[in-house]
Each structure stands twice: as C-alpha cells, then as structure tokens.
Design a protein around this ligand. Structure first.
Ligand SMILES: [Ca+2]
Length: 178
C-alpha cells in the first residue's frame, strides 16, 4: 500500500512538471521557445506579441549562432519553429516581419526556398536549417526580446517605456507562464 502511494505521488509530480520555455542564450539574450506543433505563423506572431516579444528574426550570423547553440542544447532533434521571415508582401522577396529588413544572412536548407505554391512563411526545420512552408501549417515558434523596446531604450526620454517592457518580460520569465 505504501509503495502504491509513493508511486502515485511520483507520477503526480512527473505529470505536474511544467516544460520550461524561457531560456537565455550564452550572450544573455532571452527567448521563449514553444516546441509544441500547434500554431500557424499568424498565431505564433500573436503569441509572441502577447508576451511583449517578437517572433524571432535570425538576421545576423551572431543571432543564428546564439539560437542555434541554445536549441541544440535543448533538443536532440530540432522541432519545427516558425521564424519571422516571409515573402507575403512581394513574392520571392524575403523579409523579416520584425524589422522590415530584407534577408541578408540566410541559412536555407537544401533546395530551399522551394517556392511551391502557397509557401510564403519561413521556419527552422528538423534539419536545423530554413525552409518555406504554407503559413497555415501548425508548428512551434521562438520569440525574442522586443527590438522596438530595445531601440527606444537608447533614447534619453524612454526610461519609463524601457522599464515597462523589461518588467513585463521579467514577470513572465520568473513566473514561467505561457
Ligand atoms: Ca519549402
């Protein structure tokens, strides 16, 4: 009887364990990583916005290195994650929705972007590189710290705005809430 109680307690503890989704890369940048494959691109965008964050733009080698190193530590097989890249505005012109910048750094997978009909959103695929896919596919996603807040922080009059943004993110981070 005692062993049954202990076993059921252990099962309860295991099932109650919350999957950790807030992570910091080696350079201290904060990310929210959602591996569950249940969000289309637009839902992923909105989920990040609700956290006062942005769907990730991997627009520099340094950013690629940081997030690539982090997810390789977390997952043995890469889940599929939506990135902020897409060519919805102009077919074939890939831009980061977060910054409006056209792609310069890229990490395309073999034969990508395939540009098959309807494939306009960019994801990090299971092969650790980028693919294009229909934006309505259900994938996971990665949010990064909101760059607009960071940029505004550089201005002299934006201390309050910076404080608000940091507090909002920090509260989520500490609470580890979704
Ligand atoms: Ca493709």
């Amino acid at each position: 009887m005692k062993s049954v109680i202990i076993l059921s307690t252990l099962v309860y503890i295991a099932s109650a364990t919350v999957v950790r989704k807030w992570h910091r890369s080696d350079n201290g940048a904060l990310y929210f990583i959602e591996p569950e494959q249940k969000f289309n691109w637009f839902e992923a965008w909105n989920e990040c916005a609700r956290k006062n964050m942005s769907l990730i733009a991997i627009d520099r080698y340094e950013g690629h290195y940081q997030i690539d190193s982090l997810i390789r530590k977390l997952f043995t097989t890469c889940p599929s994650f939506w990135l902020a890249g897409n060519d919805n505005a102009v077919d074939g012109r890939y831009e980061w929705a977060t910054t409006g910048e056209i792609f310069t750094f890229t990490n395309w997978g073999s034969g990508q972007p395939g540009r098959t009909t309807g494939e306009h959103c960019i994801l990090l695929w299971t092969t650790w590189d980028w693919h294009d896919l229909t934006c309505t596919h259900k994938l996971g996603f990665i949010c990064e710290e909101n760059r607009a807040v960071k940029e505004k922080c550089k201005g002299k009059d934006s201390d309050d705005y910076m404080g608000f943004g940091k507090t909002f993110i920090w509260r989520n981070y500490n609470g580890n809430v979704n």
